[in-house]
Design a protein around this ligand. Structure first.
Ligand SMILES: Nc1ncnc2c1ncn2[C@@H]1O[C@H](COP(=O)(O)OP(=O)(O)OP(=O)(O)O)[C@@H](O)[C@H]1O
Length: 335
């Protein structure tokens, strides 16, 4: 992968990803290969770019690989099948789970039980070669090995808790760049939609003109969720906990599901756990149960959401220095 990318000519690489072009600026020798260009940089050039040589190479390769991934057409899939492996003591895991587009599944279990391992197995399309021994089939088949190691995970997008932006671009330019790379018809308009959508999810609004590096944790998360829902080609989305950091979690999930993706999220939060159609319970490294959310549990969800709204309204009121003058409202989800 790297050798093929390093052999690209500078002007080809610039056309692939506008962020790459913005970073390296005008090039006197567009015919130079990326490898030769990197080798030609001296200390002054690297200081100007604010990267060490190794960091710059890794960063540029990631930008170009990402652009190549974005150019591929939307990947359609009919089903994701997860076949059991073994628990932490080596005992058999009794699991044969099929998920289809539009499915929303939560993954619950005590700390250290193996939730991240479960998501990790899906992300790397495991074939019995991870500690859990699980196997993942795509549309009933073992996925092509090239798909497993594709740098830009075309089948699976992962939203991790730490979203750090390295590129110093405005929010608008960054999302527009994604839209251009995905060759959508009206990149400017789509970028505006992604940002408007992120603002509906984020507690604190932000404009398209601020730099990515100025976004708060919750704002970055909202932006990435909107971007994955409206622009990503990956049909499977993995979420490692949507923390309650100023983001409307329910709307975020609804948005991902409306885009017909399979969403799996590990969570300790009862609202998110019950919002899923199914929850996978992990214990000692293995899936112990797969539970369908029942009508009774949905009634609990309604109650929890009511208290959650009450809590966030109170939080806002107190944050703005107001006093509470009336007694709390009475509420019963059962009428
Ligand atoms: N089936 C398994 N066989 C062997 N090791 C496993 C298995 N499942 C998980 N592990 C290992 O157990 C450790 C804890 O797992 P993991 O990080 O997935 O837990 P978690 O439920 O996500 O925890 P937290 O809630 O703290 O994030 C990891 O080292 C993981 O690789």
């Amino acid at each position: 992968m790297s050798a093929h990318l390093l052999a690209l000519k500078l002007d080809e690489a610039q056309r692939l990803n506008p962020a790459f072009a913005a970073l390296i600026g005008p090039t006197p020798k567009p015919d130079l290969s990326l490898a030769d260009w990197l080798a030609s940089l001296d200390g002054g050039d690297l200081d100007r770019l604010k990267f060490s040589r190794i960091e710059l190479e890794a960063h540029l390769l990631a930008l170009i690989a990402e652009a190549e991934g974005f150019r591929t057409p939307v990947t359609r899939l009919r089903e994701l099948r997860i076949l059991g492996g073994r628990d932490k003591t080596g005992g058999a895991e009794n699991l044969d789970l099929v998920l289809r587009p539009g499915a929303i599944v939560s993954v619950v279990g005590p700390t250290g039980s193996g939730k991240s391992r479960f998501l990790g197995d899906i992300e790397c399309l495991a074939q019995g070669d991870t500690p859990s021994g699980r196997r993942i089939l795509i549309d009933g088949e073992i996925p092509d090995p090239a798909r497993r190691w594709a740098a830009s995970g075309k089948l699976v997008a992962q939203l991790s808790q730490n979203m750090n932006f390295v590129v110093d671009l405005t929010v608008g330019d960054f999302i527009e760049m994604h839209a251009e790379c995905r060759a959508v018809d009206a990149p400017e308009q789509v970028a505006a939609e992604v940002i408007a959508c992120a603002n509906r999810l984020a507690g604190e609004k932000f404009s398209a003109n601020i730099s990515l590096t100025q976004l708060s944790g919750g704002q970055s998360r909202a932006l990435m969720i909107a971007d994955v829902a409206l622009l990503s080609s990956s049909p499977i989305v993995l979420i490692d906990e949507i923390e309650n950091a100023g983001i409307n979690r329910r709307q975020a999930l609804d948005l991902l599901v409306a885009s017909d993706k399979i969403v799996l999220m590990s969570t300790h939060d009862p609202i998110l756990a019950l919002h899923a159609q199914k929850r996978i319970v992990i214990a000692a490294g293995a899936v112990a149960q797969v539970i369908e959310t029942s009508a009774t549990e949905r009634a609990h969800l309604a109650a929890l959401e009511h208290y959650d709204r009450l809590m966030s309204d109170l939080r806002e009121t107190l944050r703005h220095g107001a006093r509470l003058e009336t007694l709390p409202p009475q509420f019963s989800p059962f009428g």
